[in-house]
Write a protein that binds this ligand. Structure first.
Ligand code: PLP
Length: 374
């Protein structure tokens, strides 16, 4: 419908088109789904890559204002921006590259252990005391890493906001959906204090591709506006009547991406998404239990949420095994490297996956090893 409707989502006071109003209503409903306060404004973009990019662009603008610089207007002048994280998604590095901040300039803090991707909070605090005690910085946290769905200790890290001048961004591409689950909302404790959050709609929300959202605190409205404004008309600023997404998003032209999200939220509601999310987590645990017991495979990390990261231990190369497995056409998993080892990543977000699929996968991978051994 969004495609056939073929309207550009722009102004709230535009003539004869309700797209922008639908988009605002939909981001409010998403905030409700995640139990986030409506203290954020949202914007739809193509994926979490662009959501991270957009949020970090506003963070960059914030950083400039700490030194009385308008980076969007004048460019980066003699400023180096400290961006700190532990195991950011590759798209965060890509964003730093696109923002002129440089992927090599990310400051990496160690994780809790070799088996964990969550940041070591004690080390983070020490590092900040040593280097940024009185200086602004940008912190990128993970709510669900792509490899193992690991979560940073968000609530504990948010305490830094009381004593330090920092922008905290959370990449919650799929981890945001822990908020819908029966047993895992605590993983997101404290995320309501973030300055910006990125979430994917084409993953666990299960709408078609090219759909993600970024949330920025409303108090940062003018930073967001100054970053993305398409016209220089100053009267637009801070006036909701003149609100125009053209001044709030990287794109000037964008179709009504909110529509599939709105329809899905109205159709399934909080209960529907709780079911989908609980089911994915349950299936990941099932596969994880099988791998844990099997003598042919080994978990590379605990199953924190909806991702199983494992390797082949039998006399068989993990990467080769994965290639053969995907060639069967019965299941598709992705390769990864975790803790210096080649691994296989099974990620669960699809609403149609059932326990029958897990049974099929377990017998398939076991038989592949057995037929190789015999
Ligand atoms: C998938 C993912 C991204 C990138 O999202 P795209 O929609 O592919 O652009 C970023 N961060 C995390 C944690 C992800 O899982």
């Amino acid at each position: 419908m969004a495609t056939i409707y073929d309207q550009n989502t722009q102004a709230i006071s535009g003539e004869g088109d309700v797209s922008a109003r639908i988009e605002i209503q939909t981001t409010d409903l998403l905030l409700d789904l995640f139990n986030l306060p409506r203290e954020f404004t949202g914007g739809f973009v193509t994926g979490t890559t662009m959501a991270n990019f957009s949020a970090l662009a506003v963070a960059r603008q914030w950083f400039g204002t700490q030194f009385k610089q308008d980076i969007a207007a004048d460019g980066l002048i003699n400023l180096s921006l400290p961006v700190i994280s532990a195991t950011p998604h590759s798209s965060v590095l890509k964003s730093l590259a696109m923002l002129g901040l440089g992927r090599n300039n990310l400051i990496t803090i160690p994780t809790l252990s070799n088996q964990r991707e969550a940041i070591n909070v004690a080390e983070l605090k020490l590092f900040i005391e040593d280097h940024f005690k009185h200086q602004p910085f940008i912190l990128v946290l993970n709510a669900g890493t792509a490899n193992t769905a690991d979560f940073d200790a968000i609530a504990e890290i948010m305490e830094l906001k009381h004593s330090h001048n920092c922008w905290i961004h959370i990449d919650a591409a799929f981890g945001a959906f822990a908020a819908c689950s029966s047993h895992y909302p605590h993983l997101l404790n404290g995320w309501e204090m973030a300055d910006s959050i990125a979430i994917d709609c084409h993953k666990w929300l299960n709408v078609p591709y090219e759909n993600a959202c970024f949330f920025i605190r409303k108090k940062h409205f003018s930073l967001q506006f100054n970053q993305f404004k398409n016209s220089s008309a100053p009267y637009l600023e801070n006036q909701l009547e003149n609100f125009n997404f053209m001044n709030m998003l990287p794109e000037n032209s964008i179709r009504l991406k909110a529509l599939p999200v709105l329809f899905s939220l109205l159709a399934y509601g909080r209960e529907g998404y709780r079911y989908i999310v609980d089911n994915s987590i349950k299936l990941a645990q099932e596969l994880g239990n099988y791998i844990r017991k099997s003598s042919y495979f080994e978990l590379l990390a605990e199953v924190h949420l909806n991702i199983v990261c494992f390797k082949v231990t039998a006399a068989c190369d993990t990467a080769e095994f994965l290639q053969k497995l995907n060639k069967t056409g019965l299941v598709f998993m992705t390769p990864t490297t975790f803790n210096h080892e080649k691994g296989i990543r099974a990620a669960f977000v699809n609403w149609r996956t059932t326990i029958e699929d897990i049974k099929l996968v377990c017998s398939l991978i076991e038989n592949m090893i057995k037929s190789k051994e015999s």
